[in-house]
Design a protein around this ligand. Structure first.
Ligand code: GBH
Length: 514
């Protein structure tokens, strides 16, 4: 270990020389080596309840929409796998904390299963065993010097609330705020980093079709229920944030944000149409949720409102399928976050044109997306390793929402599952290198980086066929043993030293563009 660090110091001068004029060129101060993260930067690893916990009906837990879908008969996921046992983190969380220690993380990002705490969704029936479980997880983390970062909702809605229409029903905001209040009351003395929702853009997919690839709950109302969901989620998020500020913040002194997913959309050509389409695609994916919260003016992005309204009229509707926010709602949502959590994985190519069903968000966006064929592809075919898209995403986000503190809440690579995961290691080193360029040269305010995922886990509809874990899990073995992959050892060093070694710190595609 020492020799690696010494070798690094010997080469550091070389790294500085190679890109010495970066910050000066942009009028910033080079106050640390370019391959170093800020001293107070936080590193972590993430999971989500349904994907790792198992114990789907143990100790009073209620049914979630994922339990419901994957128990609905037949082979739903690619390998027929379910989250019934998953990585069994419900029983093995102490071992997981040991892995987190080994990884040298500052934070562990995990989600709370709403139906484990509130089996029917409402606070009229609290499951004490669920509260006890998360108390134990939180205490174990703190005992080992690891900060808990809690996601309140990572897609496992209590089925009873789906029976009410799920997120298409605005009443869900009331249920969510009650749930959030309970979490602040029970865990807020120890949890200082909260996100309300994980990636609504993706879980809206559960309302955009009912085919074999669709996520739960498989409501087939694209271009309608997904926009209703967006409104409910934004209101639920904002009210939970306001509640924290009024009732808890002064005592608990934590931070509350939201996690949104942002694919980078690269114009297929330099034509004005394709460039505009790529920008619009970003507004439909990220802007739909981020603009109401993080922009100065609030509300949905103008381009989204205009295009959905125009299509809705053309379809003979009396009103836009995107439900308008009242001025009161706009004000309540605007500024309702202490930080933005960003999940970033990959980049797609965009040209202007029509695609998707009518109606659908895809059709409304006027953007046709496709793969960038020449980049390495994961067995999860949506995922390609395109590191420069990460820096472009960060620059775009910080230009759109200036000053907004960002934490990367997910970034990672899926493979078939071996222990010698060279491609994952390559992915992490290349993406971390781009992240450093964004922070140290572009001045993007990123305060943390959390890798997806600590463990192999139920990859939703892909089942266990695609693995994202830093630790391999043997799902054939009832004991679900964990084993470190090469990438875990690599990240443990990055997290410990808060820097990339010169061989991992690459010149950036974006920098050479200019
Ligand atoms: C994350 O979202 C999730 O938060 C996490 O739970 C999950 O395990 C992780 O991804 C890895 O997948 O229609 O087949 O082209 C990532 C969001 C998921 C958005 C895949 C785009 C395209 C699926 N992305 N999705 S497909």
């Amino acid at each position: 270990m020492y020799s690696r660090v010494a070798a690094y110091h010997a080469q550091q001068g070389h790294v500085l020389e190679a890109d010495a004029d970066g910050p000066q060129r942009r009028g910033q101060r080079a106050d640390r080596p370019r391959n170093r993260f800020p001293d107070d930067f936080i590193f972590g690893a993430a999971t989500a309840a349904y994907q790792v916990e198992g114990a789907w009906d143990l100790d009073g837990k209620g049914e979630s929409i994922w339990d419901h879908l994957l128990h609905s008969g037949g082979k739903i996921t690619d390998d027929g796998g379910t989250g019934d046992v998953a990585a069994d983190s419900y029983h093995k969380f102490r071992e997981d904390v040991q892995l987190l220690k080994e990884l040298n993380v500052d934070v562990y990002r995990f989600s709370i299963s709403w139906p484990r705490i509130l089996p029917d969704g409402g606070v009229d029936r609290v499951n004490q065993a669920g509260i006890d479980y998360y108390n134990k997880v939180i205490d174990e983390l703190l005992a080992h010097g690891i900060q808990p970062m809690v996601t309140m909702y990572h897609w496992d809605l209590p089925q009873k609330l789906q029976d009410l229409g799920g997120w298409a029903n605005p009443v869900l905001a009331d249920y969510f705020v009650d749930y959030a209040e309970l979490l602040f009351e029970k865990f807020g003395d120890r949890v200082k980093l909260w996100t309300t929702f994980n990636d609504p853009c993706t879980f809206a997919g559960g309302y955009q079709g009912a085919d074999g690839k669709a996520l739960a709950p498989r409501v087939d109302l694209p271009g309608v229920a997904d926009y209703l969901l967006a409104r409910t989620v934004l209101i639920a998020h904002a009210r939970a944030f306001r509640l924290y500020s009024h009732r808890f913040r002064h005592v608990q002194k934590g931070r509350v944000g939201i996690t949104l997913c942002c694919t980078w959309f690269e114009p297929a050509t330099s034509s004005v149409e394709d460039q505009r389409a790529a920008e619009t695609a970003l507004q439909f994916e990220l802007g739909l949720y981020a603009h109401p919260i993080f922009s100065r003016e609030g509300d949905f992005p103008v381009v989204v409102k205009q295009q959905v309204e125009a299509h809705s009229k053309a379809e003979g509707r009396r009103r836009s399928r995107l439900p308008p926010l009242t001025s009161h709602e706009i004000a309540e949502i605007r500024g309702s976050a202490d930080f933005l959590g960003l999940n970033h994985y990959t980049t797609r190519s965009v040209r202007a044109g029509e695609s998707g069903r009518v109606p659908s968000m895809q059709h409304d966006s006027g953007a046709v997306t496709s793969h960038l064929e020449s980049y390495p592809v994961s067995p999860a075919p949506w995922l390609r390793c395109i590191p420069w898209g990460f820096r472009k995403t960060l620059r775009w986000v910080s230009a759109q929402y200036p000053g907004c503190p960002i934490v990367i809440t997910e970034n990672g690579w899926g493979d078939a599952g071996g222990l010698h995961d060279d491609m994952r290691l390559t992915y992490f080193s290349a993406y971390l290198s781009e992240l450093l360029h964004a922070i140290n040269e572009d001045g993007v305010k990123v305060f943390g980086y959390i890798a997806w995922s600590l463990l192999d886990n139920l990859e939703w509809i892909f089942g266990y066929t695609v693995r994202f874990g830093l630790y391999h899990v043997d799902f054939e073995d009832p004991d679900r043993p964990r084993k470190a992959r090469a990438s875990a050892k690599f990240l443990a060093e990055v997290f410990r030293t808060k820097q990339l070694l010169p061989e991992h710190f690459k010149p950036s595609a974006v920098a050479s563009d200019k």
